[in-house]
Design a binder for this molecule. Structure first.
Ligand code: BV8
Ligand code: ZN
Length: 269
């Protein structure tokens, strides 16, 4: 099937879907300038492994290093803007049943106008006390270049405990309500768009398989193949900002920016 025909076939499937669930990963934010979790790293934090820093052990060992890393990420996200893919999802959800589950901790979907976003791994700006769990108010966020390598986290006004980022670290359970909602949505959708995830992190990476068992069509949007690609009905080798407006009828059309690259399991792209 020629790429353009293949793209039209996928777009037709998306148009006919009764209930779409979108599962997002770090690649959804990449075109907004937010580094992915496992992509190439540069700058101040190049020598740190996010998988090692996003853990309770790293926090216990050096809270000032971990807090500075998250403050740097908050600074990057504050300066980032939602892209055409974020906006296409928000627009589509106003017109048809489309729900959004993300592994990301940024607020780019909300800033694009999406509501009811399910954050499986918590939220970067939902700081809370590490001891009494009370939410902590606004944190002063400097420019990314002004974030030091280490910075003592703020203290809880109620109990004096350290304030931690409101995210789920490796080894911590996902928020029960969020994961329950995500599983319900995955079981109820008839098409799942899996956008910008390497499919390495569990239990989030199990959601597409749950949807498939329930009979959903799986469409991946990712320039690279990943752990979930063999399970996909279709893989669009495109970026989120290219593919989502084209698939969902947003403001930009992928074919305007070059031919869509498609991969069908078993068919060489
Ligand atoms: C838990 C918040 C149990 C922090 C994150 C099996 C079952 C259960 C658990 C496990 C298991 N096996 C292993 C585990 C443990 C672990 C795990 O999965 N480890 C992995 C590394 C093997 N899981 C956990 O610890 C989870 N907890 O299971 O608890 C439990 C139960 C009871 C009691 C105690 C414990 C918690 C996992 C959550 C970790 N926190 N984030 C923070 O952000 O700092 S996960 C982190 O990875 C981010 O949230 C990120 O979103 C997520 C997933 O990664 P991806 O999104 O896929 O990002 P990645 O960089 O890998 O890939 C980007 C993709 O985008 C690439 O494919 C690229 O090609 C593509 N791309 C690039 N540019 C674009 C693009 N795509 C489209 N457009 C573009 N422009
Ligand atoms: Zn406290």
């Amino acid at each position: 099937m020629a790429p353009a025909e293949g793209f039209e076939a996928i777009r037709g499937r998306v148009a006919k879907a009764a209930r779409i669930l979108v599962l997002g990963g770090a690649g959804m934010s990449a075109e907004s300038g937010v580094p992915t979790f496992r992509g190439a790293r540069d700058g101040l934090w190049a020598r740190f492994d996010p998988g090692a820093l996003a853990t309770p052990e790293a926090w216990a060992a050096d809270p000032a290093l971990v807090w500075a890393w998250y403050l740097w990420r908050m600074a990057l996200v504050r300066r980032a803007c939602p892209h055409a893919g974020h906006r296409a999802l928000a627009e589509a959800a106003r017109l048809r049943p489309l729900e959004l589950v993300t592994q990301n901790v940024d607020d780019l979907h909300e800033r694009a106008g999406s509501t009811g976003v399910v954050h499986l791994h918590g939220e970067l700006f939902a700081h809370r006390c590490a001891d009494c769990a009370r939410p902590h108010a606004e944190v002063a966020i400097p420019a990314p270049g002004a974030v030091p390598q280490r910075l003592e986290p703020p203290r809880c006004a109620h109990c004096g405990g350290r304030v931690r980022p409101g995210v789920v670290w490796f080894g911590e359970p996902l928020p029960e309500a969020a994961f329950d909602a995500a599983r319900r949505m995955a079981a109820a959708c008839d098409l799942m768009l899996v956008v910008g995830t390497s499919g390495l992190v569990q239990p989030a990476a199990g959601l597409p398989l749950l949807a498939r068992r329930a009979g959903a069509c799986l469409v991946e949007v990712n320039p690279e193949p990943g752990g979930l690609s063999p399970h996909m009905d279709f893989s669009l080798r495109m970026t989120a900002a290219e593919a989502l407006p084209a698939l969902l009828g947003g403001t930009r059309d992928a074919r305007a920016s070059g031919r869509p690259r498609l991969a069908f399991p078993g068919v060489a792209p």
